[in-house]
Design a protein around this ligand. Structure first.
Ligand code: AMP
Length: 194
């Protein structure tokens, strides 16, 4: 059962209002389903919108932010708990430790970096969490296409590619995530090498 989800998303709002609206609605859905939000602790952009969506609906929000970003990203002061960490690496690790699953919503490089690190940790068998991509407004159509090209061009195994769950609907994505089983990891990775 998924009790907490780390959400990676943009610190920007995007030009189309559909992105902020989707983030707020995703937050409301998490709160309604009693799933705690773990996120980067900012009140800017989609990050702020999803936190507000959870809080407005009586849910729990834990923010994880490195000390040096506290001013740049404008900390959300209304969240349930704010955890301050030393750097970006510690932030990702802490968000990982606190969450049962991961969702990525539209965002920029920071969002992508966090998303791909979680995917690659999963690929290596370092965790078995479901990872969902909430494809708001077709924003990630090109990424989904790239994922397919990686398989057809021989740079990504098909069952690994299938670890990434994609939907344009938060409830459908959560359904897929709740029914997800991680693939068995290759034998060479089960040795104490990771
Ligand atoms: P962005 O998608 O670029 O708006 O950034 C969204 C989140 O990713 C914010 O919480 C940023 O602090 C974080 N972020 C930005 N750059 C990086 C990076 N190089 N490594 C890890 N996280 C980052």
């Amino acid at each position: 059962m998924i009790k907490s989800i780390a959400v990676f998303c943009g610190s920007s709002e995007g030009y189309d209002k559909v992105y902020m609206k989707a983030a707020r609605e995703a937050g409301a859905t998490l709160a309604t389903r009693k799933i705690e939000l773990i996120y980067g602790g900012s009140k800017a952009g989609l990050m702020g919108a999803i936190a507000d969506g959870v809080l407005e609906n009586g849910g729990i929000v834990t923010g994880v932010i490195p000390g040096f970003l506290k001013t740049v990203e404008i900390v959300h002061t209304g969240i349930t708990e704010l955890v301050t960490v030393g750097n970006m690496h510690e932030r990702k690790l802490k968000m990982h430790e606190l969450s049962d699953a991961v969702i990525t919503m539209p965002g920029g490089w920071g969002t992508m970096e966090e998303f791909f690190e979680m995917l690659t940790w999963g690929q290596l068998g370092l965790h078995r969490k479901p990872i969902g991509l909430l494809n708001v407004n077709g924003y990630y159509d090109s990424l989904a296409a790239l994922n397919k090209s990686m398989v057809t061009e021989g740079f990504l195994k098909e069952n690994t590619a299938n670890m990434l769950l994609i939907s344009n609907n938060i409830n459908d994505l959560l359904y897929q995530m709740e029914h997800y089983t991680a693939p068995e990891i290759p034998e060479w990775l089960t040795r104490q090498t990771t």
